[in-house]
Ligand binder design. Structure first.
Ligand SMILES: [Fe+2]
Length: 244
C-alpha cells in the first residue's frame, strides 16, 4: 500500500477535486472556516498567500503547516488521506516534506519504545494553532467544536496492520504523565522521527495532485518568500477512523 501517490499535470477544478476525494471516503469540512476556498465547496481548504488583488500578501496563510504534523490528528476520526492540488507554486521554497512513520517506529530506540508503550497523546488544534500561527486563533465556537482528543502514540494502520508512530505538532501532552515531561518527550520523538536523512522532499510544479496517507506519514511545508512569490494550493482531507 503506497504512502504517497502523485498525479502529474492534471486538470482538477475544485468540483472535480471534491468529487475525486469523495471516492476515498467522507471529505472533511475544516473547522477553520476562514480557509474554505469556495462557497459551493467548503471541503476545499485553500492555502493561498494572495491578497484581494491577487498579489503576494507577504503573509503565510497557515504557519502551522511549516511544522511536522499529520492532518486532522486533532479530530476523533483523524485524516485518512489528504489530496493536495498545486495551482500556483513559488519559484523557490514551498515544498512539502514527508517522513515515513512505520520505519520511525521500527527504528525507535528500545528505551523510548518502552516509555510510550500503551500511552496516549492529547492532540489539540487550539494548542498548535496558538503556538505556531499566533494570530487568527480559534474562536470560542471553533474551540468547542474540536476539544482535545487522546490517540495512541503507536497506532495500528487499519489496512496494513503495521504499527506506526502517531504524533506530530498537534500532540500537546501525554495522558498520565507530568505535562512538562510529556511535552519534552513529544518534542524529542518528533525530532527523532523526522531526521533529515529519512525525509522525502517534494518540489511542486503546477497542476500536480498528491494524495498521501495520514495514518503512517508526517508532513510539513517548507517556507517561501510570501512577499515575493505566489503559492496557491487546494487541499481536501478525507476523514478516516479513530486510531487504535
Ligand atoms: Fe497538513
Amino acid at each position: 500500500m503506497y504512502e504517497l501517490i502523485l498525479f502529474d499535470d492534471v486538470d482538477l477544478p475544485p468540483a472535480t477535486q471534491v468529487a475525486f476525494a469523495r471516492n476515498f471516503g467522507e471529505v472533511q469540512i475544516h473547522v477553520l472556516s476562514q480557509y474554505h476556498g469556495y462557497k459551493d465547496h467548503p471541503e476545499i481548504y485553500m492555502l493561498s498567500n494572495l491578497d484581494k488583488d491577487g498579489n503576494p500578501s507577504g503573509k503565510h496563510p497557515d504557519k502551522g503547516t511549516l511544522f511536522w504534523h499529520t492532518d486532522g490528528s486533532w479530530r476523533e476520526r483523524t485524516g485518512q488521506a489528504t489530496m493536495m492540488y498545486s495551482e500556483i507554486v513559488p519559484e523557490a521554497g514551498g515544498e512539502t516534506e514527508f517522513a515515513d512513520m512505520y520505519s520511525a517506529y521500527e527504528l525507535l530506540p528500545q528505551a523510548l519504545k518502552a516509555r510510550i508503550e500503551g500511552r496516549r497523546a492529547i492532540h489539540n488544534l487550539d494548542f498548535s494553532r496558538t503556538r505556531r500561527h499566533g494570530v487568527d486563533l480559534l474562536t470560542a465556537k471553533q474551540r468547542a467544536e474540536v476539544p482535545p482528543i487522546a490517540h495512541p502514540i503507536v497506532r495500528t494502520h487499519p489496512d496494513t496492520a503495521r504499527k506506526a508512530i502517531f504524533l506530530g505538532d498537534h500532540a500537546e501532552w501525554i495522558e498520565g504523565m507530568d505535562y512538562d515531561e510529556g511535552r519534552a518527550l513529544i518534542e524529542e520523538i518528533n525530532a527523532m522521527i523526522t531526521s533529515p536523512a529519512r525525509v522525502y522532499t517534494h518540489s511542486w510544479t503546477p497542476r500536480q495532485c498528491m494524495v498521501w496517507d495520514n495514518r503512517c506519514t508526517l508532513h510539513r511545508a517548507t517556507g517561501f518568500d510570501e512577499a515575493r512569490y505566489k503559492r496557491v494550493m487546494r487541499r481536501c482531507t478525507i476523514n478516516g477512523d479513530q486510531p487504535f
